[in-house]
Design a protein around this ligand. Structure first.
Ligand SMILES: *[C@@H]1O[C@H](CO)[C@@H](O)[C@H](O)[C@H]1NC(C)=O
Ligand SMILES: *[C@@H]1O[C@H](CO)[C@@H](O)[C@H](O)[C@H]1NC(C)=O
Length: 371
């Protein structure tokens, strides 16, 4: 009697031992899986924290590890990625730069050097598709409360509607000199060249080599002219859905984020300012820089006026409603040239509120709405 039962119990214990082994193996696999899961979610959480910590200067880790290979490119040599962490990127051995914008932050870059006069070209391809609410800026600016500034700003639009090219010139802290254009091409399909000519005689803005705006030195009639403060080149991509597109009626579609703008073929003939010696590189060179005295000739000015008649959609020099106390003295010569036949005036426009703070908010230019 004893034997069979012992046999039986032996058999049961060996069977339960097999069960126990299977269970153990299963548990081990489960623990391993859970471990992977936990570590993955920790990584994801970290990534999220990093992406949400915007407005922090780019961390060195975000630069490719093979840094020495890339530091000879144009963008590496001339610019720093100043805002938006990994949203600003340099590619193709430093010959291509992209800025992107998502719900938590935009991004930006600025030139390492300061310039006092220059002829500066950049090719830009703007945010494609539905870019409503996005603003891509590309501008020169000095520092301080009485700063000078020359702006290209591209206000995005909903699909099929034109970008607005917004321009402005600040001298000694005073702006309010907006002119806006609709471009005669799709600026998102390809790269186009946007250029500043800035010398002691004039400022000219060009699109693909065609002058679209001229701001002459008219100090002789009391208009301050940017000529004493060195400027840096800045660019940023940021969100301004509150006012940018059709006066804020069309908001950013965040399901399309990230939005990306691209830059290439930066070229500058410019006088480099040394903050240490407080001298410009052009002081010492005897070679003649023809761009330093370049001005629009009669033919190119005529071309510009033609273009403005067709493509300018806002001109501060014709906005008597906004400036009831009188237009700037520089506008007199202007209206004489172009005539006063442009009545396609926007009724509500962005106004620079105050000097952009360069500290925490990146390079963005601030606007305020004003009725
Ligand atoms: C930078 O260096 C890389 C590797 O030596 C080279 O392939 C590339 O052409 C260089 N780029 C420039 C702009 O000199
Ligand atoms: C967007 O398109 C509309 C319709 O064509 C136009 O009125 C507006 O000025 C465009 N630009 C912006 C920035 O809203």
């Amino acid at each position: 009697m004893a034997h069979p039962s012992r046999n039986y119990s032996n058999r049961t214990s060996s069977r339960s031992f097999v069960h126990y082994l299977v269970l153990l193996a299963f548990a081990a696999v489960l623990v391993f899986k859970i471990d992977i899961l936990i570590s993955q979610s920790i990584i994801a959480a970290r990534r999220k924290i990093i992406t949400q910590r915007h407005f922090v200067r780019p961390r060195p880790q975000s630069i490719p590890s093979s840094i020495t290979e890339f530091t000879n490119g144009t963008f590496n040599r001339n610019f720093i990625l100043s805002w938006g962490e990994e949203r600003a990127k340099i590619h193709e051995h430093g010959e291509l730069l992209t800025l992107s914008l998502d719900r938590s932050s935009g991004s930006g870059f600025e030139s390492k050097k300061q310039y006092l006069f220059g002829k500066i070209d950049m090719q830009i391809m703007l945010v494609p598709g539905n870019s409503a609410g996005t603003v891509t800026t590309y501008y020169l600016s000095s520092e301080g409360s009485t700063h000078d500034e020359i702006d290209f700003e591209f206000l995005g639009n909903s699909t099929g509607n034109p970008y607005t090219l917004h321009t402005n010139v600040f001298s000694q802290g005073k702006g309010n000199r907006e002119q806006q254009f609709f471009l005669w091409f799709d600026p998102t399909e390809d790269f186009h060249t946007y250029s500043f000519l800035w010398n002691p005689k004039c400022i000219v803005l060009y699109v693909d080599g065609v002058p679209i705006r001229e701001f002459k030195n008219m100090e002789s009639i009391g208009v301050p002219y940017p000529k004493d403060q060195p400027m840096r080149i800045y660019s940023s991509l940021w969100d301004a859905e509150e006012w940018a597109t059709q006066h804020g009626r069309v908001k950013t579609d965040w399901t399309l984020a990230p939005f990306t703008a691209s830059y290439r073929n930066f070229n500058a003939e410019a006088c480099i300012w040394s903050p240490r010696t407080r001298k410009s590189s052009c002081d010492s060179t005897s070679e003649s820089n023809s761009w330093l005295t370049e001005e629009l000739d009669f033919k190119s000015r005529e071309k510009m006026v033609e273009l403005q008649k067709k493509h300018m959609v806002y001109n501060y020099c014709e906005d008597r409603w906004r400036f009831p106390e009188g237009l700037g003295p520089e506008c007199n010569s202007y209206t004489k040239i172009i005539g006063n036949n442009n009545n396609n005036i926007v009724t509500r426009k962005p106004r620079r509120s105050r000097r952009r703070s360069r500290s925490k908010r990146g390079n963005r230019v601030d606007f305020n709405l004003r009725l």
